[in-house]
Design a protein around this ligand. Sequence first.
Ligand SMILES: [Mg+2]
Length: 273
Amino acid sequence: MTTGPTRLSLSTFRRRLAGYDHLLLMSDYDGTLVAIRKHPAQAVASRSLRELLQRLANTQGMTLAIISGRSLREIKRLLPLRRIIRAGNHGFEITGLGMRIVLRIPPVARNALQEVGNLLRQRLGKIPGCLVEEKGVTVSIHYRRVPAQYLHQVRQNVRAVAEPYLCQKVLRLTRGKKVLELRPPIEWDKGKAVEAIWRHVAQRVGSRRVLPVYCGDDVTDEDAFHALRHQGVTVRIGRARQTAARYYLPSPKEMVRFLKALSCLDWHARRAS
Ligand SMILES: [Mg+2]
């Protein structure tokens, strides 16, 4: 019988930290640090959250990384923090603390993304509440605000526009919470991104005893949970029936509460326990 994730407590976390030199805290943004809003533009980090994250980023013995499906530029705008690693577009672009990964997108996929972006904007532009977001290396179709009677139309149009590219394996289609996403068919996801960040941080701090932690709320975060399932602490935000995460926290609010508690701990005491 498989058991679901257990609720993460600070005492469990402290136990997991024992024996490690460094904590690599990696987190998704939407639905994890901030609640999902009807429009992505409304999901803004409060000043107190930004200050909390900066405090964590400044803590010695800790590295903070934000990994999101949003573009790198968006993440920078939403979280204008120092001393952090940022990964945008599900890890297709990673920068910060000496890291710089920008995946090379085949020109044929780049052109295809531009074409589908244009076509989808034309076709879905008239559907109320539908938002087509072109993020350079991915195109997202948000349908959270679309009235139920139009949902079929959204799916039908996305399928019709994307089909030729999917058949030729020029693009692939992924799903998230009320979002469809078209991306290049590159074997790269949040799982590969967290592994690359983990390697980089271990090298940077000169220790193999870096504990990787990943917190996320959506289907794309499952790749990161899988990547860290043996050696990391994996936390799914919200309840999910199917998840590879070992732990959960019920909401972004609880996640922030947990981070606050973490920021109050004395780092040396944490390692000694
Ligand atoms: Mg999310």
